[in-house]
Design a binder for this molecule. Structure first.
Ligand SMILES: [Fe+2]
Length: 213
């Protein structure tokens, strides 16, 4: 090493002098400030038992909604066939709308004083939606899987909405009915019409007329 380089090394060390308080303190761990499943009560005029029941229900709903959201992205990437372009776009639109629902559900859980599930491993352990394979599937199979996931979510959301109303948790009921149920119903319509087996070019009656010419 040349004397010139030695000097440069010293000057680098001097550059760090006096900066200790400005450096990030990294690689820290500590105890949880709230265990999962417990309620840190906020002043929202709801009993903590009501908050706990709504938070538990919404955590099942978020696990299923995150799974459906991610299945939309899988299908957005892996779709094949002559309807590729329209389904590629439709699946991504629905993915975005489900992603908005995920955020609304998670933030509802937090304001109820609960803790929202968040990480993929926890979602995979909790969801009731059937796991699709890693490989690509045909469009009718992709859409069938999505429809089944939507129906599962609609069933549980309607049950949870009734329970929330009975418990006096109107905010959770409103989220479930106005956002979750309405969005899922609309997406079902847009998907299900793709599985109606109608002719693409020549109408059935037209085919008979042509054949009889
Ligand atoms: Fe994309």
């Amino acid at each position: 090493m040349s004397p010139k380089n030695n000097k440069r090394g010293e000057s680098y060390n001097q550059l760090e002098a006096g900066t200790k308080r400005a450096k990030p303190v990294q690689h820290q761990r500590g105890p949880e400030i709230q265990p999962y499943g417990k309620i840190a009560k906020l002043p929202i005029a709801l009993d903590e038992k009501v908050c706990a029941e709504s938070a538990e229900n919404l955590n099942q709903l978020i696990a299923d909604t995150m799974t459906l959201r991610d299945m939309y992205k899988k299908h957005h990437w892996q779709v094949a066939g002559h309807t590729f372009y329209q389904l590629h776009l439709l699946f991504d639109k629905h993915h975005g709308e489900q992603d908005e629902l995920v955020d609304e559900i998670a933030e509802r859980i937090q304001l109820l004083g609960g803790i929202s599930l968040a990480m993929a491993a926890d979602i995979a352990e909790t969801t009731m939606i059937e796991r699709p394979p890693r490989g690509r599937e045909e469009v009718p199979v992709q859409i069938s899987r999505l429809l089944e996931a939507h129906e599962l979510i609609l069933k549980e959301a309607r049950t949870m909405a009734k329970l929330a109303t009975e418990a006096g948790d109107d905010g959770t009921n409103d989220l479930l009915v106005s956002d979750v149920i309405r969005t899922n119903e609309l997406q079902v319509w847009f998907l299900a019409e793709h599985l109606v087996d109608v002719p693409v070019v020549r109408a059935d009656r037209g085919a008979v007329a042509v054949a009889g010419e």
